[in-house]
Write a protein that binds this ligand. Sequence first.
Ligand code: ADP
Ligand code: MG
Length: 360
Amino acid sequence: EQGHPRLLPSPARFLVLLNPRGGTGKAFSLFETHVMPMLTEANAHFTLLVTERPNQARELVRERDLSAWDAIVVMSGDGLMFEVINGLMERPDWATTIKKPLSILPGGSGNALAASINHYSGHQQVTGTKLLTNCAFILCKGHPVPLDIVSLTTSSQQRIFSFLSLAWGFISDVDIESEKYRFMGYARFSVGTFVRLTALRTYRGRLSYLPAISSSESSSADRTETRVLEDSLVVPLDQPVPSHWHTVEDQFVLVLALYQSHLGAEHFTAPMVKGPGEGNIHLFYANSRISRTSLIKLFIAMEKGTHLDQEIAHLIHVPVVAFRIEPSESTGIMTVDGEVIECSPIQGQIHRGLGHVLSL
Ligand code: ADP
Ligand code: MG
């Protein structure tokens, strides 16, 4: 269906967006010591732009002429890539510009996309500068492949585009509450997980979804003429979901929609995902009957991706193409790609291979 775009031209021209505050704040010196020599070796040209504030990268990719660059490289965590994808989708020419190859270099504390691309490219699961040099190598190879993008709509009619995840409950609580341990780098997620386990919270709400097998989403190529990206699988949020959808009403401990293999550098959460453009949303959820022991087991096994072989009671996994989450209260934390959003009804559907990312 969607043919793979060709290799980048040589010499390739990269626009590098770097967040100096990502992770423990060492992105700039890591770029100089580990990435620049490889780019020089690969005879690549680059323009380095160091961000000064949140949303600067989003505004830049929304407003600038990007034709001088063959790929947009993000050196930060997943948060800066989230800005770039949403900025691109806000352009009047989004349908063509979202095809511009993107590339990720891990420079944050949440480096899920980098870990996923590293995995798809056949490398061992690694962290730190090992992950960085693997990703820099993948960048130098310059091989774009399709990237799935999930289109989300909130109850206030806001449109959000996501390449990684939507989380509600345990996982988003850990992600956001552990911000205060940012100085620890990636360890903040382990510390945060244990803190949250000791005071387990549950959230009442309704989860609806369209299983992956029951639908075939049309290729993104069909829609390039439309002015806005149309979500053909969902009905407006104020209407009940179509009757062929499934609905669970419960007291949830966690709800996670994940579309890449890794939720973090050491969270191999969806081992069934073999590439960035498979067209599935992997929905995971657990209700309040899940025990603390099971949750501990889950998070330990997740590092190696063996959690689904262990039959953890009350943990459900289902591949879907669209979903809706309706929290009963607005007090919880919801995140998209690790960024906080308003905790209110939200729904979304996958757009298979809408974007492109460099991978092997
Ligand atoms: P991390 O994984 O360490 O959280 P992210 O890439 O997710 O790294 O970045 C965290 C946040 O920092 C994002 O929301 C992004 O918008 C914001 N940001 C980008 N540039 C800057 C900057 N110069 N100063 C502060 N925050 C920034
Ligand atoms: Mg982040």
